[in-house]
Design a protein around this ligand. Structure first.
Ligand code: SAM
Length: 200
């Protein structure tokens, strides 16, 4: 099965819907006061669909993902490379990435680009897979899991780089056990680690 089909199947499942709803809700709380937001690695665009009240531009380097995204949301989607964002400095006051930063070759370059395109006091939210979680470990055992494409699993290192450029906080989020989705800050159960930074 190709990646697009995997994502569509996941987000249309009861479990995927629950995950998506919690992630979207989190992003809404963090970014609701922002006027122009960039979603880097937007994939099939379900966050754009789930957050109709936010002014988001979705960016991805897969034309197939973008084609699928345009089916679910009328928001603007652009083709582009996260490591070389084709936007002038200070174009956005918000940016987010959901389970994307850890899959990219040079995450430092991406963070540098996010800083460049954000206005001073612009907010960056990165939801990163937590390699310590039961959820992550169970996926890594599956031969065809997308998680196996992950390139960076050292959260401390990623966080340390982001903290040089942003006033930041981090927290574990989104407990998953089997098909159950729940609130937790427990490092072993939280499927994500969220880094939230404000450009200084
Ligand atoms: C794991 S998916 C996450 C998609 C979406 N954020 C979600 O949570 O459903 C990572 C996405 O990043 C995109 N991507 C990978 N490398 C990229 C790059 N260099 N620039 C922009 N997007 C990229 C992929 O095409 C894919 O859609």
């Amino acid at each position: 099965m190709n990646d697009i089909k995997k994502f569509v199947r996941f987000y249309k499942s009861d479990f995927g819907r629950k995950v998506l709803a919690r992630e979207a809700n989190y992003l809404k709380k963090e970014l609701k006061d922002r006027k122009k937001i960039l979603d880097i690695g937007c994939g099939i665009g379900y966050f754009e669909e789930m957050l109709p009240g936010l002014n988001i531009i979705g960016l991805d380097n897969s034309r197939e993902m973008l084609e699928e995204a345009r089916k679910s949301s009328s928001k603007k989607f652009v083709f582009g490379d996260a490591e070389h964002l084709d936007f002038p400095e200070e174009s956005f006051d918000g940016a987010f990435m959901v389970t994307t930063l850890e899959f990219l070759d040079d995450y430092k370059k991406v963070v540098d680009e996010v800083v460049r395109v954000l206005e001073p006091k612009g907010k960056f939210v990165a939801m990163i897979l937590n390699p310590e979680s039961e959820y992550f470990k169970s996926h890594m055992h599956k031969a065809d899991s997308y998680f196996r494409k992950i390139k960076h699993t050292n959260l401390k290192e990623i966080e340390s780089y982001i903290s040089k450029l942003f006033a930041m906080t981090g927290e574990y989020f989104l407990g998953i056990r089997g098909q159950e989705v729940f609130d937790t800050r427990d490092k072993n159960l939280a499927s994500l680690y969220v880094v939230k930074g404000v450009k200084v």
